[in-house]
Design a protein around this ligand. Structure first.
Ligand code: C5P
Length: 218
């Protein structure tokens, strides 16, 4: 009999994009299908963890035995995370949080101006949810994602150090975005570990095994 890898652990994840409204029909967003985050939530639940998934706007079914909290904006995502984080042993930030939000969302639809004329939208930086969670006095074990289009190792490792994360999952966006498969490299204090490229569910199980391994050595 083999005990499940995350039995007794409580995992909180974010997944999907956030949507930052500009007016009732428009907004700023990132492209993220949510597939990797949902696959990880499912893999954590399969590994015996109690899982809470804070999801931005995506059209994906909730994995079995996962508690889902739907949000739209980065501020809503942050609030939902901060509300649940005290009960988490592991936090995995998979969401592609919009870096900026419009300073003001118009109550009514913004009218088009003449063709070729400029429209200026003032934006403000959103809080970094993962960095904030990682710096809490009683921070859970924090895992970040780094989706890059170049220099993956450099960017992923600097993100890991800047946000003070024990583990970052790096992927080249060309490989993973929107698709069912992915190819990732894990970055931790011990160095780099490339997972065998494959379906997102297989990658998710590989990440879970790595996390369980790191926690065991703690
Ligand atoms: O810095 P960058 O946005 O590339 O970092 C990616 C990691 O940080 C991901 O794990 C993402 O979920 C998390 N993040 C966050 N809040 C933000 C921006 C990124 O939690 N505002």
């Amino acid at each position: 009999f083999q005990p499940k890898l995350l039995a007794g652990r409580r995992v909180l994840l974010t997944a999907g994009p956030t949507f930052e409204p500009l007016d009732p029909v428009r907004g700023l967003t990132n492209s993220s299908s949510g597939k990797m985050g949902f696959a990880l939530a499912r893999a954590c639940a399969e590994a015996g963890a109690e899982v809470t998934l804070v999801a931005g706007p995506v059209s994906l079914p909730t994995p079995a035995a996962v508690t889902r909290i739907d949000v739209q904006t980065a501020l809503e995502m942050r609030a939902a995370v901060l509300k649940s984080v005290a009960a988490a042993d592991i936090f995995i930030g998979v969401a592609a949080v919009a870096d900026y939000r419009p300073v003001q969302a118009s109550e009514h639809k913004i009218k088009k101006t003449a063709v070729g004329s400029a429209l200026t939208i003032e934006v403000t930086a959103n809080p970094d949810i993962l960095a904030e969670v990682a710096s809490l006095p009683a921070a859970p074990f924090c895992v970040g994602f780094a989706a890059e289009s170049q220099n993956l190792a450099d960017y992923a490792e600097s993100k890991r150090l800047a946000k003070k994360l024990p583990l970052v999952v790096g992927n080249l966006v060309q490989d993973g975005l929107g698709s069912d498969g992915n190819s990732v490299i894990l970055f931790d204090d011990a160095g780099q570990h490339k997972l065998t490229p494959g379906p997102k569910m297989e990658i998710a199980r590989g990440i879970v095994a790595h996390i369980a391994n790191m926690l065991e050595q703690d």
